[in-house]
Design a protein around this ligand. Sequence first.
Ligand code: NCD
Length: 303
Amino acid sequence: VKIDLISANDLSRADIDLYLEGATWVAGASPSEKLALLRGRILMAMFFEPSTRTRLSFESAMCRLGGNAIGFSDVAATSVSKGESFLDTVHTVENYADILVIRHSREGAARIAAEASRLPVINAGDGTNQHPSQTLLDLYTIRRFFGRLEGIRIALVGDLKYSRTVHSLFRALRLFDGVSFRLVSPPSLKMPDYLLPAGQDSVQQGSDLVEAVSDCDVIYMTRIQKERFPDVVEYERLKDSYRLDAKMLTGAKPHLKVMHPLPRVNEIANDVDPTPCSGYFEQVANGVIMRQAILLHLLGARP
Ligand code: NCD
């Protein structure tokens, strides 16, 4: 049976461990020993929404494993602009590749494609819903920082309503013992109720970033998701809700790490970059490692 990567909800602890092990292998392997693994295989990147890191790191990952990457990131230049349906597009491009990577503004789009296609599908972000490959690279990054995931105290900060990265991460981290959360957002951008666990002992909700900085191991910042707001006035009101700068880190635990899926707009000042707290460019570096592990797993080429 084919394996897809659609939602953090589908991942067991054992699945996650497998991806983490895969990434550890990729990180230690030499460029030449990886180059034969996916030779002759083709990745199709279908990006109906903008992307820098996710698309380019999947393409880079494929190239580093000896495969090739093709696709589109400008929907207007495809036959979708002539009225072609999403599923006709999927059924067309599946003839040209071995694996599909799909980003779409509609929640559930990647799932629909995975059900319709014989190829493995990776959800590279579906609307406000899920972004599981980002979560796997985030987990790998946290484990690199702390040597473990168990017992980590993490603040998820900013747009918890619309950010798919934290929707996936919040779910996956709960599979690890002793992880506790601070959910920090403006009242109107709270984590949706349907994503909150039944027993909420490990989850504390509030809106104060300074408090979170003083007692967490990880501060996971998010961008206010402008493109999801039905009302631009509301976005303007909330866009500068949180801005973390170096001065605010003085009360932090010495090992604190600041993470962000990027792109950042205003929520992390540039003066955080040179501090030992900044972890977001390590996330970028780990992205291409984890995405190699994902491709190897889904294409059945794990060494
Ligand atoms: C995120 C996304 O697309 O959800 N970007 C990413 O993949 N690193 C975060 C965002 O756009 O804010």
